[in-house]
Write a protein that binds this ligand. Structure first.
Ligand code: SF4
Ligand code: FES
Length: 252
Protein backbone atom coordinates (compact mmCIF):
# COMPACT_ATOMS: atom_id res chain seq x y z
CA UNK A 1 0.00 0.00 0.00
CA UNK A 2 3.04 2.31 0.01
CA UNK A 3 3.32 4.88 -2.75
CA UNK A 4 6.25 7.27 -2.29
CA UNK A 5 4.82 9.74 -4.82
CA UNK A 6 1.94 10.35 -2.46
CA UNK A 7 3.84 10.45 0.85
CA UNK A 8 2.00 13.52 2.03
CA UNK A 9 -1.34 11.78 1.55
CA UNK A 10 -0.56 8.78 3.73
CA UNK A 11 -2.01 8.26 7.17
CA UNK A 12 -1.14 5.92 9.98
CA UNK A 13 -4.38 4.59 11.38
CA UNK A 14 -5.45 1.71 13.59
CA UNK A 15 -7.94 -1.02 12.70
CA UNK A 16 -9.48 -2.23 15.95
CA UNK A 17 -10.86 -5.63 14.95
CA UNK A 18 -13.06 -8.09 16.81
CA UNK A 19 -11.27 -11.44 16.82
CA UNK A 20 -12.74 -14.82 17.71
CA UNK A 21 -11.25 -18.23 17.06
CA UNK A 22 -13.63 -20.97 18.23
CA UNK A 23 -10.70 -23.34 18.72
CA UNK A 24 -8.93 -20.94 21.08
CA UNK A 25 -11.24 -18.29 22.47
CA UNK A 26 -14.20 -18.58 24.79
CA UNK A 27 -15.18 -14.94 24.19
CA UNK A 28 -14.54 -12.47 21.38
CA UNK A 29 -11.52 -10.27 21.97
CA UNK A 30 -10.17 -7.18 20.25
CA UNK A 31 -6.92 -6.75 18.41
CA UNK A 32 -5.48 -3.51 17.08
CA UNK A 33 -3.39 -3.27 13.91
CA UNK A 34 -1.59 -0.12 12.83
CA UNK A 35 -1.62 0.34 9.07
CA UNK A 36 -0.12 2.87 6.72
CA UNK A 37 -2.81 3.86 4.22
CA UNK A 38 -3.92 6.47 1.77
CA UNK A 39 -7.32 8.10 2.24
CA UNK A 40 -8.47 6.59 -1.05
CA UNK A 41 -7.53 3.04 -0.08
CA UNK A 42 -10.50 0.87 0.73
CA UNK A 43 -11.02 -0.75 4.11
CA UNK A 44 -10.76 -4.06 2.25
CA UNK A 45 -7.26 -3.07 1.08
CA UNK A 46 -6.22 -2.52 4.69
CA UNK A 47 -7.67 -5.88 5.76
CA UNK A 48 -5.90 -7.63 2.86
CA UNK A 49 -2.64 -5.94 3.83
CA UNK A 50 -2.97 -7.23 7.40
CA UNK A 51 -3.87 -10.76 6.27
CA UNK A 52 -1.02 -10.92 3.74
CA UNK A 53 1.78 -9.12 5.58
CA UNK A 54 1.00 -8.83 9.30
CA UNK A 55 -1.27 -11.56 10.60
CA UNK A 56 -2.32 -14.42 8.34
CA UNK A 57 -4.75 -15.74 10.94
CA UNK A 58 -7.22 -12.88 10.40
CA UNK A 59 -10.37 -14.32 8.84
CA UNK A 60 -12.88 -12.43 6.69
CA UNK A 61 -14.81 -13.06 3.50
CA UNK A 62 -14.36 -11.27 0.20
CA UNK A 63 -14.71 -12.24 -3.40
CA UNK A 64 -15.42 -9.71 -6.15
CA UNK A 65 -13.85 -6.69 -4.37
CA UNK A 66 -16.16 -4.46 -6.42
CA UNK A 67 -19.47 -4.31 -4.56
CA UNK A 68 -21.13 -7.09 -6.53
CA UNK A 69 -20.99 -10.31 -4.52
CA UNK A 70 -21.97 -8.97 -1.08
CA UNK A 71 -19.54 -11.22 0.77
CA UNK A 72 -17.54 -8.59 2.66
CA UNK A 73 -20.38 -6.91 4.56
CA UNK A 74 -19.26 -6.10 8.10
CA UNK A 75 -19.71 -3.37 10.68
CA UNK A 76 -17.17 -0.65 10.06
CA UNK A 77 -17.08 2.19 12.58
CA UNK A 78 -20.36 0.91 13.98
CA UNK A 79 -22.27 0.79 10.69
CA UNK A 80 -22.93 -2.06 8.25
CA UNK A 81 -20.94 -1.50 5.07
CA UNK A 82 -19.12 -3.40 2.33
CA UNK A 83 -15.37 -3.26 3.06
CA UNK A 84 -14.66 -3.04 -0.68
CA UNK A 85 -16.91 0.00 -1.11
CA UNK A 86 -15.76 1.89 1.99
CA UNK A 87 -12.82 4.24 1.56
CA UNK A 88 -10.52 4.92 4.48
CA UNK A 89 -11.42 8.62 4.19
CA UNK A 90 -15.10 7.72 4.75
CA UNK A 91 -14.29 6.52 8.27
CA UNK A 92 -10.95 8.12 9.24
CA UNK A 93 -9.81 11.70 8.77
CA UNK A 94 -6.31 11.95 10.21
CA UNK A 95 -3.24 10.19 11.54
CA UNK A 96 -3.97 8.16 14.65
CA UNK A 97 -7.68 7.67 13.94
CA UNK A 98 -9.13 4.30 14.91
CA UNK A 99 -11.58 2.34 12.74
CA UNK A 100 -13.54 -0.36 14.55
CA UNK A 101 -14.33 -3.50 12.54
CA UNK A 102 -16.88 -6.02 13.73
CA UNK A 103 -18.78 -8.96 12.23
CA UNK A 104 -22.43 -8.60 11.20
CA UNK A 105 -25.04 -8.83 13.94
CA UNK A 106 -27.72 -11.53 14.15
CA UNK A 107 -25.45 -14.25 12.73
CA UNK A 108 -23.16 -16.56 14.69
CA UNK A 109 -19.49 -15.75 14.32
CA UNK A 110 -17.53 -18.60 12.73
CA UNK A 111 -14.14 -16.91 12.98
CA UNK A 112 -13.23 -13.23 13.37
CA UNK A 113 -15.32 -11.37 10.75
CA UNK A 114 -16.78 -14.49 9.14
CA UNK A 115 -20.36 -15.27 10.11
CA UNK A 116 -22.58 -18.31 9.66
CA UNK A 117 -25.14 -17.26 7.03
CA UNK A 118 -27.22 -20.46 7.13
CA UNK A 119 -30.22 -19.05 9.05
CA UNK A 120 -30.11 -15.83 7.02
CA UNK A 121 -30.14 -17.83 3.78
CA UNK A 122 -32.82 -20.24 5.00
CA UNK A 123 -35.12 -17.23 5.32
CA UNK A 124 -34.57 -16.50 1.62
CA UNK A 125 -35.63 -20.05 0.82
CA UNK A 126 -38.72 -19.58 3.01
CA UNK A 127 -40.08 -16.84 0.72
CA UNK A 128 -39.76 -19.12 -2.36
CA UNK A 129 -37.71 -16.65 -4.41
CA UNK A 130 -38.42 -18.11 -7.82
CA UNK A 131 -40.95 -17.44 -10.56
CA UNK A 132 -44.36 -19.06 -10.19
CA UNK A 133 -45.65 -18.25 -13.70
CA UNK A 134 -49.22 -16.98 -13.91
CA UNK A 135 -49.60 -18.73 -17.28
CA UNK A 136 -47.78 -21.70 -18.84
CA UNK A 137 -44.23 -20.79 -19.77
CA UNK A 138 -43.82 -20.44 -23.55
CA UNK A 139 -42.00 -23.49 -24.82
CA UNK A 140 -40.09 -21.99 -27.73
CA UNK A 141 -39.82 -18.29 -26.94
CA UNK A 142 -38.91 -15.98 -24.10
CA UNK A 143 -41.42 -14.94 -21.45
CA UNK A 144 -41.54 -11.25 -22.29
CA UNK A 145 -42.13 -8.47 -19.85
CA UNK A 146 -42.68 -4.83 -20.79
CA UNK A 147 -40.05 -2.29 -19.72
CA UNK A 148 -42.74 -0.62 -17.58
CA UNK A 149 -43.51 -3.87 -15.74
CA UNK A 150 -39.80 -4.59 -15.33
CA UNK A 151 -39.28 -1.13 -13.82
CA UNK A 152 -41.70 -1.99 -11.00
CA UNK A 153 -39.38 -4.72 -9.70
CA UNK A 154 -36.10 -3.05 -10.70
CA UNK A 155 -35.19 -1.90 -7.22
CA UNK A 156 -35.79 -5.27 -5.55
CA UNK A 157 -33.67 -7.07 -8.16
CA UNK A 158 -30.60 -5.08 -7.08
CA UNK A 159 -30.16 -7.02 -3.83
CA UNK A 160 -26.79 -8.79 -3.50
CA UNK A 161 -27.72 -10.76 -0.35
CA UNK A 162 -25.00 -9.04 1.65
CA UNK A 163 -26.87 -9.22 4.97
CA UNK A 164 -26.17 -5.61 5.97
CA UNK A 165 -29.89 -4.89 6.43
CA UNK A 166 -30.36 -8.10 8.42
CA UNK A 167 -27.58 -7.05 10.78
CA UNK A 168 -28.91 -3.51 11.23
CA UNK A 169 -32.56 -4.47 11.83
CA UNK A 170 -33.58 -3.71 15.45
CA UNK A 171 -36.61 -6.03 15.20
CA UNK A 172 -34.25 -9.02 14.95
CA UNK A 173 -32.70 -8.01 18.30
CA UNK A 174 -36.01 -8.99 19.92
CA UNK A 175 -37.44 -11.49 17.46
CA UNK A 176 -34.93 -13.82 15.77
CA UNK A 177 -37.82 -15.50 13.91
CA UNK A 178 -38.56 -12.35 11.91
CA UNK A 179 -37.79 -13.10 8.25
CA UNK A 180 -35.87 -9.86 8.05
CA UNK A 181 -35.53 -7.17 5.40
CA UNK A 182 -33.44 -9.07 2.84
CA UNK A 183 -35.82 -12.04 2.55
CA UNK A 184 -38.76 -9.65 2.29
CA UNK A 185 -37.03 -7.79 -0.55
CA UNK A 186 -36.67 -11.17 -2.29
CA UNK A 187 -40.40 -11.81 -1.76
CA UNK A 188 -41.33 -8.34 -3.05
CA UNK A 189 -39.33 -8.99 -6.21
CA UNK A 190 -41.79 -11.77 -7.13
CA UNK A 191 -44.98 -10.39 -5.55
CA UNK A 192 -44.81 -7.49 -8.02
CA UNK A 193 -43.43 -9.42 -11.03
CA UNK A 194 -46.03 -9.19 -13.84
CA UNK A 195 -45.16 -12.73 -15.02
CA UNK A 196 -45.68 -14.28 -11.58
CA UNK A 197 -48.83 -15.39 -9.77
CA UNK A 198 -47.77 -12.59 -7.43
CA UNK A 199 -49.23 -11.97 -4.01
CA UNK A 200 -51.85 -14.68 -4.45
CA UNK A 201 -49.10 -17.32 -4.56
CA UNK A 202 -47.21 -15.82 -1.65
CA UNK A 203 -49.89 -14.54 0.69
CA UNK A 204 -49.32 -17.40 3.15
CA UNK A 205 -45.65 -16.42 3.34
CA UNK A 206 -45.64 -12.61 3.47
CA UNK A 207 -48.93 -12.04 5.35
CA UNK A 208 -47.52 -13.34 8.63
CA UNK A 209 -46.55 -11.75 11.92
CA UNK A 210 -42.92 -12.84 11.39
CA UNK A 211 -42.99 -11.49 7.84
CA UNK A 212 -44.12 -7.99 6.81
CA UNK A 213 -46.13 -7.32 9.97
CA UNK A 214 -43.07 -7.43 12.24
CA UNK A 215 -41.48 -4.50 10.44
CA UNK A 216 -41.82 -1.47 12.73
CA UNK A 217 -40.52 1.12 10.25
CA UNK A 218 -37.18 1.75 11.95
CA UNK A 219 -35.60 2.39 8.50
CA UNK A 220 -32.21 1.09 9.76
CA UNK A 221 -32.14 -1.44 6.88
CA UNK A 222 -32.72 1.29 4.32
CA UNK A 223 -29.94 3.41 5.81
CA UNK A 224 -27.27 0.71 5.43
CA UNK A 225 -28.22 -1.01 2.16
CA UNK A 226 -25.18 -0.67 -0.14
CA UNK A 227 -27.49 -0.96 -3.17
CA UNK A 228 -29.64 1.91 -1.87
CA UNK A 229 -32.78 -0.20 -2.00
CA UNK A 230 -35.64 1.54 -0.23
CA UNK A 231 -36.36 -1.59 1.76
CA UNK A 232 -38.82 -0.18 4.31
CA UNK A 233 -40.80 1.49 1.53
CA UNK A 234 -41.07 -1.83 -0.35
CA UNK A 235 -42.24 -3.62 2.80
CA UNK A 236 -44.86 -0.92 3.40
CA UNK A 237 -46.00 -1.20 -0.23
CA UNK A 238 -46.46 -4.93 0.33
CA UNK A 239 -48.46 -4.30 3.51
CA UNK A 240 -50.79 -1.93 1.64
CA UNK A 241 -51.14 -4.39 -1.26
CA UNK A 242 -52.05 -7.21 1.15
CA UNK A 243 -54.76 -5.04 2.73
CA UNK A 244 -56.21 -4.10 -0.68
CA UNK A 245 -56.07 -7.72 -1.82
CA UNK A 246 -57.99 -8.87 1.23
CA UNK A 247 -60.54 -6.12 0.78
CA UNK A 248 -61.00 -7.22 -2.85
CA UNK A 249 -59.63 -3.99 -4.30
CA UNK A 250 -56.86 -5.68 -6.25
CA UNK A 251 -56.30 -9.15 -7.65
CA UNK A 252 -52.57 -9.26 -6.85
S1 SF4 B 1 -31.51 -5.47 0.68
FE1 SF4 B 1 -29.57 -4.30 0.54
S2 SF4 B 1 -28.63 -4.56 2.57
FE2 SF4 B 1 -30.21 -6.14 2.39
S3 SF4 B 1 -29.15 -7.98 1.64
FE3 SF4 B 1 -29.96 -6.88 -0.17
S4 SF4 B 1 -28.28 -5.53 -0.84
FE4 SF4 B 1 -27.77 -6.20 1.25
S1 FES C 1 -16.05 -8.36 -2.05
FE1 FES C 1 -17.82 -8.60 -3.28
S2 FES C 1 -19.09 -6.99 -2.54
FE2 FES C 1 -17.22 -6.61 -1.54
Amino acid sequence: MKDDRKKDLRMNITLDIQRFDPERDTEPRRQAYEVDVQPTDRVLDALMHIARHVDGTLAFRKSCAHGVCGSDAMRISGKERLACKTLIRDVAKKDGDVISIDPLNHMTVQKDLMVDQSVFLSKFRAVEPFLKPRKPLPFSSEFYQSPEDRAIIDEATKCINCGACYSACPVLDENPDFLGPAALVAAVRFVFDSRDEGLAARLDIVDQQNAVWSCDNHFECTKVCPREIKITKLINLTKRTIKKYKEGETDA
